[in-house]
Write a protein that binds this ligand. Sequence first.
Ligand code: GLP
Length: 260
Amino acid sequence: MEVIVLPGAAEIGRLAADVIERVLKAQPAPVLGLATGSTPEPLYGELIRRHRAEGLSFAHARAFTLDEYVGLPEDHPQRYAAVIRRGLTDHLDLKPDAVQGPNGSAADLLAECLRYEQAIVDAGGVDVQIAGIGSDGHIAFNEPGSSLTSATRLKTLTKRTRADNARFFANADEVPQHVITQGLGTILRSRHLLLIATGAAKAPAVARTVEGPLAASCPASVVQLHPHATVLLDEAAAAQLEHGDYYAEVWAARPSWQPL
Ligand code: GLP
């Protein structure tokens, strides 16, 4: 686990975009793992910029989103499938069927969870997974208590997550109670995990995730189990870390031959 603290969201976006650009250029059929939420927006803005200004191509890539609300109408603007199209994939040259997400309107939701988990396996697994973190320590929609080896499944959102996400809806009651989410085991199988957190509101969850015990009560703490995880933080999100000075020393002393 490498913890990198940068001055702000723009710097994080550029560094994360460098990782994705390297994967896109190195792999014949790269598989990206995409997250929704406000945190990856600067990264997505940077990827769109590189695509437009520098010709960075996604034409040979596929992508899987982390999670989806259950029960929102097909045309609801807050379905994560719509959010990721608006915020990223509509602006790139991905092939039309290259982006997949769990279907929160499937008639058989349990079968849909199994299908989605298998689709990721069939694609060869995720090369680089982007993830944010919830204020309660969730990752994707794995709420506290999630099995550390869980697969894609149905989850019930906490009141706190519904309140956090109410800003995208008319009110907190409109936020669906149920979701389909990749499991912690699914996320652990990605080959590189990029966990991003910005802003003071995330500082307590970041401290528990990075320096607390590995525990289902803080699902994002599975980052500690991941064989190749990079945690990208701004100074506000890193404020409650005990070993911040050491992380800064490691970053400053990083050998130029060692890619992220
Ligand atoms: C939602 C998503 C998570 C995301 C979290 C934080 O709950 N399911 O994937 O990490 O929100 O969102 P934000 O980045 O807007 O703080």
